[in-house]
Design a protein around this ligand. Structure first.
Ligand code: CA
Length: 681
C-alpha cells in the first residue's frame, strides 16, 4: 500500500486502517489461501529480559559502552516508545498478556502456569485472517500452541549452547508438545534462532505469503551464556554503575530488604560469582559482582543485536522491508544494578518499562518518538488493527495505532495498573498505579505503601508515602487504583493461587495418596470403552499448580491411550514411555490389568499378557496422588482426561493371578481395597 505524501500522518493512518478494515470485512468466511492484497507482514522480535537501559536508542550510560546499532535501526526507521510498560513483570505472564491482550487475572496466567489457548489469541485471529503465523525461539507458555502454522520452539527455558528445538509436527504421540522429539542444533541459541528466522522469511518470500512471525530470542535471560566470539568484548571496560547500586533501602517498605534478587544473592547463584570475588568483601565485592554480571549480560545483548542486524539485512535485501512492520521489544524490564538488584518483578521503573520500537515504512515517520503510555496488553489489539484483522473480543488493551503519528489522543490513558503475584526470589506481591508523574505501590501482603514523584526522583529513592505535602495526591492515586481495579475486573483478594487454565486441569474420577505402584505388589484393573482414549491413571501432582519449576518429576507414572496404542510411562521424559501396540480405541469394552510383582510391571489386555517390564519401577513420589481417569496438568495439555466410559476400577494391594483376571468382568474379585462404581467421562 503506497502512502500519499500529501496526507497528514493521522489521515494516512486512519485511511489505511479504514481500507484495511474493509478488506478484512470482505474476507470474513475466509478462504485462507485467497490473495490477501497488500496487507503488511509483521515481524515481532522479542528478547527475554532485554531492558531499555541496554538498548542504545534509549540513551543512558550504557548506550556508549554497549551500543545496539541494529536494534536502533528499527527506531531510526520508525518510532521509539519511551513509556511502554509491562502489566506483571515476569516472562510467562507477559507473554500471555501479549498473546491475549488481557491482564493475568483475565487470561489466567498469574505466574508460570499454562496459558489456556482455547481462548482467543493474537496468532489465532491472524491465522483466521489468512496470515501465515509462526513462532521461532523461546515460547514458555507451557501449553500446546494453537494458531501457529509453523513453530520451532525451545523447550522450557531452552539451552544457550547447542540448543534443542521442538519443530512443528514433532508433538509426542502422547499429544503433549513438551515431550515431543527434540532436534539439536550446534551453535549459540541467538545465532540458531536468527538462522531459522532468515530461512522462514526466505520461504514466505518465495511463496509470497503474508506472515506474522514471532522471533523470540532466549538471550539475555540468566544465566547469560554468550557466544564465544564475545569473550573479549568489554573485557577491559569498566561498566558504569547506576547511582543507586548501593541503595540501602532507607525509607522504603520491607519488600526491598527481604527480596533475594539483589546482586550477590545466593538465590539461584546468578550474580554472586563466588570464585572470582572470594578475595573481596562488602562494597568492593558487590561492585565486582556487578561488573561480572553486566559483562555477561551485555555480551548476550551484543549477540542479539548482531543477529537482529542479520535479520534486518535480509529484509532489506529481499525487498520485504517495505511491507513489513518490524517490532522490537523485551518481555519485561530488568534491573541492571538499580536498587542493587538484577532480575525483574518489582514495579520500579527499570522492571516496569519495556523497550518498544516499531518500524512501518510509509506509515510511521522515521526517527520519531512517543511518550504515550502503552502496555503489553495493547500489542495484540494494535497489531490486529494495523493489519485490518478482527479485534480480540475480550482484550483489555487498546490499539495504539493513533499514537503512531506522534500525537497522543486526548482520551488516551493517563494511568496504568500493575500487579505482581508472589512466585519466588522472595519478592513481595504488589499492586500499583503509575501516572505520567507519580507511582503508588501497595505491597499488599505486608500492607506497606510507597509513593514516588518521578519528575523529582526518577530513581525512586525517596518514598513520599505519608508525607503531608503528598496527602492529596496519595488519596487521588488510591482512588485511581480502585477505579482501575474495577474497570479491569480485578478482585484484590484474588492472589493468583487459583489460576484459570480452562480445561487444562483434569478432574480425576478417583484420587488417593494411598496407592504407590512401586512400593509393594499391586494389581490395578479397569473395564473401559472408548473411541478417543486419554489417560486411564496417573500418579502425579494433579492438584499442584503447574509451575515450570518445583514440579516433582520423579516417580511420575501414567497409563494412557493415544493413537490406537497403549502407553505406560515411568518417569517424566518421553523416552521412558513403553509403547504397547494394541488397539483399544474401537468403542468396544476391554479389560486392562496392570500387575506389579516385585516392582516389575506386567500389562494384560483382555486377559492376554501384552507387556512385561525389564526393570523395576522407580519409587513413587509421596506428594503425588493416584488419579483415575485424569492425566497430568503440568504441561497444561488439555485433553488428557479419559474420554469414554470406565465401568469398573479395581485395586488390590497384592497380586491378581492371570487365571483370575477374567473374573473381574463378573465382579467375583471382591477383596480389593477399592472398587469404584461405573462412571463415564
Ligand atoms: Ca523474561
Amino acid at each position: 500500500m503506497k502512502t500519499n505524501d500529501q496526507l497528514t500522518g493521522l489521515l494516512t493512518v486512519v485511511g489505511v486502517v479504514a481500507l484495511l478494515l474493509i478488506l478484512g470485512a470482505c474476507q470474513s468466511n475466509t478462504n485462507r489461501t485467497a490473495a490477501t492484497s497488500n496487507r503488511p507482514n509483521v515481524l515481532f522480535i522479542m528478547s527475554d529480559d532485554h531492558t531499555s537501559q541496554a538498548v542504545s536508542a534509549y540513551g543512558g550510560p550504557l548506550a556508549t559502552v554497549c551500543p545496539t546499532p541494529h536494534i536502533d535501526r528499527i527506531a531510526k526507521g520508525g518510532m521509539l516508545f519511551r513509556n511502554c510498560f509491562v502489566t506483571n513483570s515476569i516472562c510467562t505472564p507477559s507473554r500471555s498478556a501479549i498473546f491475549t491482550g488481557q491482564y493475568a487475572h483475565r487470561n489466567g496466567v498469574y505466574k508460570f502456569t499454562a496459558l489456556d489457548q482455547t481462548q482467543p489469541t493474537l496468532p489465532k485471529v491472524l491465522q483466521d485472517a489468512g496470515y501465515h503465523t509462526a513462532l521461532i525461539g523461546k515460547y514458555h507458555l507451557h501449553s500446546n500452541p494453537i494458531g501457529l502454522d509453523f513453530y520451532s520452539l525451545l523447550p522450557g527455558q531452552g539451552r544457550y549452547h547447542n540448543p534443542q528445538f521442538i519443530e512443528v509436527g514433532d508433538i509426542h504421540s502422547s499429544g503433549w508438545l513438551a515431550q515431543g522429539k527434540r532436534t539439536e542444533y550446534s551453535g549459540h541459541s541467538s545465532d540458531v534462532i536468527a538462522d531459522k528466522v532468515v530461512d522462514y522469511l526466505q520461504q514466505r518470500n518465495a511463496l509470497d505469503q503474508t506472515f506474522m512471525l514471532f522471533c523470540h530470542f532466549k538471550a539475555p535471560h540468566d544465566t547469560w551464556e554468550y557466544a564465544e566470539r564475545y569473550e573479549s568484548f568489554l573485557a577491559d571496560t569498566e561498566i558504569p554503575e547506576p547511582p543507586n547500586l548501593l541503595d540501602d533501602y532507607e525509607g522504603r517498605s520491607d519488600a526491598l530488604r527481604t527480596q533475594l534478587q539483589y546482586i550477590g544473592s545466593e538465590w539461584g547463584n546468578h550474580t554472586n560469582f563466588e570464585e572470582e570475588t572470594a578475595h573481596l568483601t562488602g562494597v568492593a565485592k558487590k561492585r565486582m559482582q556487578y561488573q561480572l554480571y553486566m559483562k555477561k549480560y551485555l555480551r548476550c545483548v551484543k549477540g542479539v543485536d548482531d543477529n537482529v542486524g542479520r535479520i534486518l539485512d535480509f529484509l532489506d535485501e529481499s525487498g520485504l522491508s517495505e511491507n513489513t512492520i518490524v517490532i522490537y521489544t523485551g518481555d519485561q524490564g530488568f534491573y541492571l544494578g538499580e536498587h542493587g538488584m538484577y532480575d525483574k518483578r518489582f514495579m520500579y521503573e527499570e522492571g516496569l518499562r519495556m523497550p518498544f520500537l516499531v518500524r512501518w515504512p510509509g506509515q510511521v515517520q522515521s526517527g520519531s518518538e512517543s511518550d504515550g503510555m502503552i502496555l503489553n496488553v495493547d500489542f495484540a489489539p494494535t497489531i490486529l488493527a494495523a493489519v485490518g484483522a478482527p479485534a480480540l473480543p475480550e482484550a483489555q488493551g487498546k490499539s495504539f495505532l493513533p499514537l503512531l503519528n506522534g500525537r497522543i489522543p486526548r482520551d488516551w490513558r493517563t494511568s496504568m495498573y500493575y500487579r505482581y503475584y508472589y512466585s519466588h526470589f522472595k519478592t513481595e506481591p504488589h499492586i500499583g498505579v503509575r501516572t505520567y508523574r507519580h507511582k503508588l505501590i501497595h505491597y499488599n501482603r505486608i500492607d506497606q505503601w510507597e509513593l514516588y514523584d518521578l519528575e523529582k526522583d526518577r530513581s525512586e529513592m525517596k518514598n513520599l508515602y505519608g508525607a503531608p505535602a503528598y496527602a492529596a495526591i496519595t488519596k487521588e492515586l488510591q482512588s485511581e487504583l480502585v477505579r482501575l481495579q474495577k474497570e479491569l475486573g480485578d478482585d484484590p483478594a484474588d492472589d493468583g493461587s487459583r489460576p484459570n487454565i480452562g480445561n487444562l486441569a483434569p478432574q480425576p474420577l478417583f484420587k488417593s495418596q494411598d496407592i504407590s505402584l512401586a512400593d509393594t505388589d499391586n494389581s490395578l484393573l479397569f473395564r473401559l470403552r472408548t473411541e478417543e482414549g486419554g489417560t486411564l491413571f496417573s500418579r502425579c501432582s494433579i492438584d499442584e499448580v503447574p509451575y515450570s519449576e518445583g514440579f516433582t518429576r520423579d516417580g511420575f507414572k501414567t497409563l494412557c491411550l493415544r493413537q490406537n496404542k497403549l502407553y505406560f510411562f515411568d518417569g517424566f521424559d518421553g523416552d521412558l514411555a513403553h509403547e504397547i501396540d494394541v488397539d483399544l480405541s474401537d468403542g468396544q469394552w476391554h479389560t486392562v490389568a496392570l500387575i506389579v510383582e516385585e516392582k516389575i510391571p506386567k500389562i494384560y489386555v483382555d486377559n492376554l499378557l501384552v507387556f512385561t517390564g525389564t526393570e523395576a519401577l522407580k519409587a513413587d513420589h509421596p506428594s503425588h496422588t493416584f488419579n483415575v481417569g485424569a492425566g497430568i496438568d503440568t504441561g497444561g495439555y488439555r485433553g488428557y482426561n479419559f474420554r469414554g466410559d470406565i465401568s469398573h476400577v479395581y485395586y488390590r494391594r497384592g497380586i491378581v493371578e492371570q487365571q483370575d483376571l477374567k473374573d473381574f468382568k463378573t465382579r467375583k474379585i471382591n477383596d480389593g481395597k477399592y472398587l469404584i462404581a461405573a462412571s463415564s467421562f
